[in-house]
Write a protein that binds this ligand. Structure first.
Ligand SMILES: [Zn+2]
Ligand SMILES: [Zn+2]
Length: 347
């Protein structure tokens, strides 16, 4: 039974990827279907009009901003230093909400390893190391991307701007590719013969905080960075798509290392999203799970047994049928102890 479910999952992922390869614009199909249905129903017609008007506005705004960027900067500057500045802004910006939570006791009930807090020295060391790695590894990679990208048909031209509807299928497909690539490279980096040379650096943080995400050995930054570029290189043709993708990818990796599992996090609504609770366990134990984004690779390849056992313990020994999605918003040990104490009092 379990094997059959796993096979079904593998098939679903393969089909999703195949759709990407065939460049099937799922959104276009959906909107045309909705438009056809819209002729039969006022509600659908209003919905379609609204979706198309939002799309027009977003596309118009992207075109305006991009034409200004093209007027002001040389393509090499856009692909190199400007993309670098954009990355810094999004990466450190994504950390701000989590950093703010550290300052308020109210949010501590959602901290996954509640008793552990990084010292100021730890955070400073991380910032300095990150800046060095960003300048000496990531920036050259971005410069290199400028020369490699044309071979993949990549463009910066205004006429080649993508439609915002493309992002609706591209971003999920990029996340699936990134996740699968990351899983295997990360698992390899944990091999006992390799671990101490490269990945040990990233695991200096047993209770991670947002920006610990990119705190890693340069070799790791380089190889895992390739995974981030794979999706856009194969399924996109424009720098704007890369920027949009980078935005979501950075939010995701900073969230993974945030150390918080807040119940009102919008990512809780995404099926199979691993989130902080998934990756924090890996930093705490050095065992699986190894995935960056979703929970299905660890589930299919059997590297999440300890994680699942731990989560099942937190839930009174029960594992829900809906795994892997069910563990989002799981209670931490401290919160659970408090809940038990309150329940006892009420009894
Ligand atoms: Zn690891
Ligand atoms: Zn990590």
């Amino acid at each position: 039974m379990r094997q059959r479910v796993k096979t079904t999952f593998a098939l679903v992922v393969a089909i999703a990827l195949a759709l990407g390869v065939a460049r099937v614009d799922a959104f276009e199909t959906l909107t045309s279907r909705l438009a056809a249905m819209g002729s039969k129903s006022d509600f659908m017609s209003t919905f379609t009009d609204l979706a198309l008007s939002v799309e027009r506005r977003v596309d118009g705004a992207i075109e305006k901003v991009w034409s200004e960027i093209l007027e002001r900067f040389h393509p090499f500057v856009i692909a190199g230093p400007l993309t670098f500045a954009y990355h810094e802004l999004v990466y450190f910006g994504a950390w701000m909400p989590w950093l703010a939570m550290d300052r308020f006791e109210y949010f501590q009930k959602w901290k996954i390893q509640r008793e552990k807090r990084p010292s100021a020295e730890m955070v400073m060391k991380c910032v300095v190391k990150l800046l060095k790695s960003h300048v000496f590894v990531q920036l050259p990679m971005q410069m290199m991307f400028y020369f490699v990208a044309p071979y993949f048909g990549f463009s910066l031209a205004l006429e080649a701007l993508p439609k915002s509807r493309d992002f609706l299928w591209q971003i999920p497909v990029f996340f699936v590719i990134e996740d699968f690539y990351f899983y295997w490279i990360h698992r390899f980096l944990h091999h006992k013969r390799v671990y101490k040379y490269v990945h040990k650096v990233h695991h200096e943080h047993k209770y991670p905080f947002g920006i610990a995400a990119e705190y890693a050995h340069p070799v790791e930054t380089f190889f895992l960075g390739i995974g981030t570029l794979l999706g856009p290189l194969f399924f996109a043709k424009h720098m704007v798509t890369l920027w949009v993708w980078l935005f979501f990818r950075l939010l995701e990796t900073v969230e993974d290392h945030s150390g918080y599992d807040v119940p009102w996090n919008p990512t809780n609504l995404i099926p199979f999203w691993g989130g902080a609770v998934h990756h924090d366990f890996h930093h705490k134990t050095f065992e699986g799970p190894y995935s960056s984004v979703f929970t299905w690779c660890d589930w299919m390849f059997g590297t999440d047994k300890e994680f699942r056992a731990h989560q099942a313990k937190l839930r009174g020994g029960k594992e829900s049928w809906a795994y892997p999605a069910v563990f989002r918003g799981a209670p931490n040990d401290q919160a659970l102890a408090e809940t038990r104490a309150t329940t006892k009092k009420l009894d």
